[in-house]
Design a protein around this ligand. Structure first.
Ligand SMILES: C[S@@+](CC[C@H](N)C(=O)[O-])C[C@H]1O[C@@H](n2cnc3c(N)ncnc32)[C@H](O)[C@@H]1O
Length: 219
């Protein structure tokens, strides 16, 4: 069930991963940590006005977004229930080689706990951060929880069109709270149109280094 992706360095010194099947990078080569902070934490989680947050991530991948969210929540008195869907889980012992705990200067045990948490079960990583990793394709995810924040971090639509469809976004829209926010690094016209068709109000924001724009969509 597990993959062991190779790592490559990115512009801010933090690594990204290369998917062994598709050959795609998990993050921007201009800076993995910089992109995650800019797109998902600052434009997404930091915009949430609730102290108890239910969050969905499309693509758990390296666990970097989860780690940054845990740290952000800990510093802002937030309780986060974090659901992450992933079709290609990474071998937990392999994840220790990524060095994201060093890149963001945190306890390595926290990053290890994210990867060692069992799949398909809610696990308290800290008293404020509960993780549930779901091993299945996003296309068949039932969206049976009400989400406040969504990180849509699928691979680019050119190679994964079905993961950016109006039909899928429509089912997601139904399972978001009234003030729900979706953020994604991708600002392609087809993606913005699919989000609007699904009922979202779409906002274009400056992107992380190397990307002109990103998207924030509100319910
Ligand atoms: C851009 S990377 C996500 C990076 C991740 N958020 C992180 O912080 O490292 C896209 C992720 O989607 C996963 N993926 C690809 N196809 C999928 C599918 N059909 N359903 C769920 N996950 C999928 C990949 O394995 C990869 O982990």
């Amino acid at each position: 069930m597990y993959i062991k992706p190779e790592t490559i360095a990115t512009g801010d010194g933090s690594p990204t991963l290369v998917h062994p099947i598709t050959g795609e990078c998990y993050h921007s080569v201009h800076g993995a940590v910089t992109e995650s902070r800019h797109t998902f934490i600052n434009a997404g989680l930091a915009e949430c006005r609730k102290q108890n947050v239910t969050l969905l991530e499309m693509g758990f991948g390296s666990g970097l977004n989860a780690l940054l969210s845990l740290l952000y929540g800990a510093g802002h008195d937030m309780r986060i229930v974090y659901h992450a869907v992933e079709l290609y889980p990474i071998e937990p012992s392999h994840a220790a080689l990524f060095g994201y705990d060093r890149a963001v200067d945190c306890d390595p045990a926290l990053f290890a706990a994210l990867h060692e948490a069992p799949w398909g079960e809610a696990t308290a990583i800290t008293d404020r951060f509960t993780l549930c990793k779901i091993h299945r394709p996003i296309e068949s995810y039932p969206f049976d929880t009400l989400y406040d924040i969504v990180y849509w971090d699928a691979f680019a639509p050119d190679n994964a069109e079905g993961q950016w469809s109006a039909e899928l976004f429509g089912r997601l829209h139904e399972s978001m709270s009234e003030e729900g926010i979706l953020v994604t690094y991708c600002s392609k016209g087809t993606v913005k149109r699919a989000l609007r068709q699904a009922g979202f109000t779409v906002e274009r924001l400056p992107g992380a280094p190397g990307k002109r724009h990103m998207v924030r969509a509100r319910v």
